[in-house]
Design a protein around this ligand. Structure first.
Ligand SMILES: [Zn+2]
Ligand SMILES: [Zn+2]
Length: 481
């Protein structure tokens, strides 16, 4: 027994010593050991590494992460600034069939000069903009490729809630093609949307809206192939016709800083695609794999319906590869596709029939492309499932925050009866708790707040994008751009 206690005692002592050692491990630096030979170090650290000795991978000519990326593997929204010379492209919606993880099509293009552009605004895509920390009032230009609802379904929400959330000073402009007749053009769609949102617009007019309700439409002639849709600050957007069963479908090309991005929208492979996208740095097209019968079993689309839909409207994966090989981009990407394992391998094989260069899927949602003149890198973005809005972003160049006077108030849009039925707050707020209710808009004109009197937290949170833009523009100016 004694020996047992003795042993146990020793064990306990030994245990304590180990605990103490573990606790003091940080206090003692690791011991210095004898340095390995130069030969061993060289053999171990550069063994198997290409250096300049051979080329690694089939896809990696100019495909490299940039040093400013916080992680070469993943993009975490809000952790990286777009650099002055950079173009960043994020896939915010990637499928014609909407499902969690793949909202309807939308592509977000951010430029180093502080400008940003939205290409298509499919249903549900707003959720990913929010998750990617884009304040809705940062979006001022939406280019719609065509008027299938999977390409513009989120527009009503963006317009209404983007205005509510600070879209007071810059109007939202919707760019899009005309139709063969006026009733099928983008302007008519926006007019119809305004009508659909009549109640909502009037109801939200109790809020500051400023210029928010004055949505603008830039409808261009769909036949004007190569025509300029937008040109400002060194950014040029051109368009061309796509064959998508009905007249009024377009592809877009954005040129800035000697770099080019193309989003074709939907359509059959065409000579016009080759003509207008030729040599573009980042070429994005839609793609459908040749799996009509298998897909019908997986997706529930009868094979004849799938075949007919693709053959009259869409780009088969073989054709996508064919186009890429004609256009020869620095990076070829496909989107507007189901991201499923059984399709993905097949799609790559079909694209590879013609295109051997850099290729990635622009799917599922959250895929991010960073591009400069000499590098391009594609990562998976980590979009949170329960994000919250970013603060509205304002241009503080005039040193002021201006909150416009709401155009109306409750008394003008609601009969008194139902308001009189509201329960007296004294009945539900606990004894001693009397919040100061804001039942009327507190001022009678536009509220103009000099920046230096704005609380610091508001000044910094609402001016983040503006400050980055100032910084980047200064850098670009110094470089003579
Ligand atoms: Zn579509
Ligand atoms: Zn379509």
């Amino acid at each position: 027994m004694a020996s047992f206690i003795e042993k146990t005692g020793k064990l306990i002592t030994a245990g304590c010593a180990a605990f103490l050692l573990a606790n003091t491990a940080f206090a003692e630096p690791p011991p210095i050991q004898k340095v390995s030979s130069k030969e061993d170090i060289h053999a171990a650290l550069s063994g198997g590494v290409p250096g300049d000795r051979w080329k690694e991978g089939l896809l990696f000519e100019g495909v490299k992460p940039m040093p400013w990326l916080k992680s070469a593997a993943n993009w975490f929204p809000g952790t990286e600034d777009v650099q002055p010379e950079e173009m960043r492209v994020t896939f915010m919606g990637t499928s014609p069939s909407i499902r969690p993880g793949q909202m309807n099509t939308s592509i977000y293009v951010e430029l180093g000069n502080g400008d940003n552009f939205v290409f298509d605004m499919g249903e549900g895509a707003v959720a990913n903009y929010v998750a990617a920390r884009v304040a809705l009032n940062q979006i001022n230009h939406v280019f719609i490729t065509h008027l299938h609802v999977d390409h513009f379904g989120s527009l009503p929400y963006l317009w209404m809630f983007g205005t509510w959330a600070g879209g007071w000073h810059e109007q939202l402009t919707v760019h899009g093609p005309s139709g063969r007749t006026p009733e099928y053009g983008t302007a008519k769609m926006v007019e119809g949307m305004k009508m659909m949102l009549g109640w909502h617009t009037d109801a939200f007019s109790v809020f500051p809206v400023g210029k928010g309700w004055d949505i603008k439409v830039n409808e261009f002639d769909f036949r004007d192939n190569g025509g300029v849709v937008y040109e400002k600050n060194g950014v040029k957007v051109t368009h061309w016709q796509r064959s998508h069963a009905k007249d009024g479908a377009s592809g877009y090309r954005l040129d800035w800083n000697d770099m080019c991005f193309v989003w074709t929208g939907d359509g059959r492979p065409s000579k016009l695609d080759i003509k207008y996208a030729k040599g573009c740095d980042l070429y994005v097209t839609e793609m459908q794999a040749e799996l009509m019968e298998i897909s019908s079993g997986v997706q529930g689309v009868p094979p004849f319906l799938g075949r007919y839909t693709v053959d009259t409207h869409h780009t088969p994966a073989y054709a996508a590869g064919y186009l890429a090989n004609q256009i020869k981009p620095r990076m070829f990407m496909t989107t507007h596709m189901a991201f499923d394992p059984y399709q993905n391998e097949e799609s790559v094989a079909e694209v590879r029939e013609h295109w051997k260069g850099p290729f990635h899927f622009g799917a599922p949602d959250g895929i991010v492309v960073n591009m400069t003149k000499d590098k391009v890198w594609v990562r998976e973005g980590i979009l949170p499932e329960f994000p919250n809005n970013r603060s509205p972003q304002f241009d503080f160049s005039n040193g002021q925050l201006v909150v416009p006077l709401p155009p109306t108030d409750r008394s003008k849009i609601q009969e008194p009866f139902v308001r009189e039925q509201q329960i007296d707050p004294k009945k539900y707020y606990p004894e001693g708790y009397h919040p100061h209710l804001l039942e009327e808009w507190p001022v009678k004109s536009d509220l103009v707040v000099p920046l230096d009197t704005l609380p610091d937290n508001l000044k910094s949170s609402m001016g983040e994008a503006w400050r980055l833009k100032q910084k980047n523009l200064k850098t670009l100016k110094e470089q003579g751009k």
